[in-house]
Design a protein around this ligand. Structure first.
Ligand SMILES: [Ca+2]
Length: 200
């Protein structure tokens, strides 16, 4: 059996006689144009998956609590430096996209010095709509992670499966609680980015 350019079995022998009915020819052509190959489907899915992620680099983040400063790690990488002994944070706002029901947030960071120990991180967040009064955080959550080596990139999920409302403005702050008992790394960390992921 012959096949069409996309591999669909062609309902005609390869050496079709010239008197093959026109409707059979047109049916074969239509089947081929409607046929979605696995390769095409995978390509379409990859494109859609990219719409499930919002990334905010250091330059898209603003100072929140404390007095965090800007810095550069590894000669070229712009970061926000968060202190070892006081509480400091950086963050942003974004509009929740349509069809997003739950999010997770990763903070992408690096140990900015030669010290070792743990980093206590906390997320502060709130969603509001037009007419709502801006106020303090509606919720917070914290996590402790081990610091990697100096200038080694690591990611920590600091918000897990949180429900959101499409169209709302969502405020998100990533804080390092330098004064927390579990925060034992004795030098700054550098925040490279916050990555918001759609999980549902
Ligand atoms: Ca500390």
């Amino acid at each position: 059996v012959a096949t069409t350019p996309k591999g669909l079995p062609y309902p005609l022998p390869a050496d079709s006689p010239p008197d093959v009915p026109a409707w059979m020819e047109s049916l074969a052509t239509k089947l081929d144009s409607d046929f979605l190959t696995r390769t095409d489907a995978n390509a379409a899915y990859a494109t859609k998956a990219e719409t499930g992620r919002l990334s905010f680099g250091a330059n898209a983040l603003a100072a929140g609590r404390g007095a965090p400063g800007r810095g550069v790690l590894g000669t070229y990488w712009p970061v926000w430096l968060l202190d070892a002994t006081t509480d400091e944070g950086v963050g942003m706002e974004f509009t929740v996209p349509q069809d997003w029901a739950q999010i997770a947030v990763d903070v992408v960071l690096a140990n900015a010095g030669t010290g070792t120990g743990n980093i206590r991180l906390r997320s502060v967040y709130k969603g509001t709509g037009v007419g709502d009064t801006l106020s303090g955080p509606g919720a917070t959550s914290g996590v402790t992670v081990a610091a990697a080596g100096q200038n080694v990139q690591q990611a920590a999920e600091i918000l897990v499966n949180h429900p959101v409302t499409p169209g709302q403005t969502f405020m998100f702050m990533a804080e390092r609680l330098g004064g927390h008992a579990e925060d034992t790394l004795g030098n700054d960390i550098g925040v490279l980015a916050l990555v918001v992921r759609k999980v549902a």
